[in-house]
Design a binder for this molecule. Structure first.
Ligand code: NAP
Ligand code: ZN
Ligand code: ZN
Length: 346
């Protein structure tokens, strides 16, 4: 299927309009007409070659919502006209231990990431959501409830699940104090979801201009991280830190703000290593952990949780021709709080 898309042939070049070839639907596939596609900072890391080699062309986008326009013979989960979402991966082996325990993102054989990856044959390139249509296996496609605002729902497919998963895993609920580091796409979803789970939230940010928004999004407190003196005021305060920062930074001062036994979870994926002092972890038996998106079952659970609590992203809707500008603004931390592309403009 010839499909209009936006992508780049070379990590040094800007994204441009191009045409890709999608596979003809198999019996267990759905064809989705994409309505909206979010811009995740991972798209930028990838398209610009910061994480390693990219395919040519590279068509990013893993925050996808749209409508099913065709279903294969064996598809039971969807019918034509249903709303559907696609997140960060589109296939896995289905048989290994992580797959059997609903953590397909850690498949021992091969997770087929939505873009810049390969299908299960290890050869056929995958192309993401910056396009008019996508063909995906029904089992790896998410259900979107009627009534969810589609443009503001798209970012849940990555920013939502990436923050929901560690918030849930580390027991976020009423009475817990959670710090969110970095108020961008992931950060603002972490604030909203942690608040919806009942926690008291503090935003730790480098941008003084974001204080008002942080409080509007649901944070009780706001702290500027550039001044080391501010860390003394929050020493021993938090049960959990969700760190969404996209650039290297020293973890040590953040660890000091955790309670005894607290956990600092990295979801931000800086291309370069960061530093951490051993004493920051030893004193107070702290943990430094990581988390990668979430499995299909948990992503569906997150979508249903967000629908129930009416938790959606705050977005700037843009046409495809503004993608390069949106990338530059995101890198400058100038995003309120997720760019979403209108797929009609591809
Ligand atoms: P984003 O919208 O650009 O937000 C990142 C925020 O980090 C910025 O808004 C800024 O917040 C802060 N920041 C940026 N540069 C900084 C620096 N040099 N020092 C301190 N703070 C800085 O990005 P995103 O889409 O939320 O993604 C964040 C990171 O998570 C990216 O690295 C992305 O690849 C990664 N990611 C990981 C997963 C996963 O599964 N683990 C999933 C999706 C994305 P302030 O202005 O408030 O300081
Ligand atoms: Zn993402
Ligand atoms: Zn597997």
């Amino acid at each position: 299927m010839k499909t209009k898309a936006y992508g780049t042939y070379n990590p040094k070049e800007k994204l441009q309009s191009l045409t890709i070839d999608r596979r003809e639907p198999r019996p267990d596939d759905v064809v989705i007409e994409i309505a909206y596609s979010g811009i995740c900072h991972s798209d930028i890391h990838t398209a610009r070659g910061e994480w390693g080699p990219t395919h040519s062309p590279c068509v990013p986008g893993h925050e996808i919502v749209g409508r099913v326009v065709k279903v294969g013979k064996k598809v039971k989960k969807f019918k034509v006209g249903d709303l559907a979402g696609v997140g960060c991966f589109v296939d896995s082996c289905g048989k290994c231990s992580p797959c059997k325990t609903h953590e397909e993102q850690f498949c021992e054989k091969h997770t087929a990431f939505t873009y810049n990856g390969t299908e299960m044959d290890g050869k056929t390139p995958t192309y993401g959501g910056y396009s008019t249509h996508i063909v995906t296996k029904d089992k790896y496609t998410l259900k979107i409830k009627k009534g969810m605002p589609l443009d503001r729902t798209a970012p849940l497919l990555c920013a939502g699940i990436t923050t929901y998963s560690p918030l849930k895993r580390y027991g976020t609920k009423k009475g817990k104090k959670v710090a969110v580091v970095g108020l961008g796409g992931l950060g603002h979803m972490a604030v909203k979801i942690a608040k919806a789970m009942g926690a008291e939230v503090t935003v730790m940010s480098t941008s003084p201009s974001k204080e008002k928004d942080a409080k509007k999004l649901g944070a009780k407190d706001f702290m500027i991280t550039k001044d080391p003196k501010n860390f003394a005021k929050v020493a021993g305060k938090f049960d959990l830190i969700i760190d969404t920062v996209s650039a290297p930074h020293d973890f040590t001062p953040y660890l000091g703000s955790l309670k005894v036994g607290g956990t600092h979870v990295l979801v931000g994926a800086a291309a370069e290593p960061s530093s951490v002092g051993a004493f920051g972890l030893i004193g107070g038996r702290k943990s430094l952990a990581g988390s990668l998106i979430g499995g299909i079952k948990e992503t569906q659970e997150m979508l249903d949780f967000c629908a129930k609590k009416k938790v959606y992203a705050d977005i700037e809707l843009i046409p495809a021709e503004k993608i390069n500008e949106a990338y530059d603004r995101t890198v400058k931390s100038d995003v309120k709080y997720r760019f979403v592309i209108d797929a009609k403009t591809f």
